[in-house]
Design a protein. Structure first.
Length: 79
């Protein structure tokens, strides 16, 4: 996790975004770190993501499964 103000700063700079991505992905298998390092900076993008609290009546959404059935879709997963 990263404080919102820092995430906004990183998302506004391709070079800061690359540094953060490399820091977070350095342990991933080849060629992922090399691809991040080699990508043209102007093609990198990133945006802060936020956790949202469950609605007060979330358990009523699916009483059979309870809170374990509550999910949030974002980005490409959300129609």
């Amino acid at each position: 996790a990263m404080p919102e103000n820092e995430a906004l700063q990183v998302s506004g700079s391709a070079e800061l975004l690359r540094e953060e991505a490399l820091k977070r992905c350095r342990e991933l298998h080849d060629p992922i770190p090399a691809m991040i390092a080699a990508a043209p900076a102007h093609l990198l993008s990133g945006y802060p993501a936020y956790d949202r609290p469950l609605p007060p009546d979330a358990s009523a959404l699916c009483p059979e499964a309870g809170l374990h059935s509550v999910v949030t879709l974002s980005g490409d997963a959300a129609p």
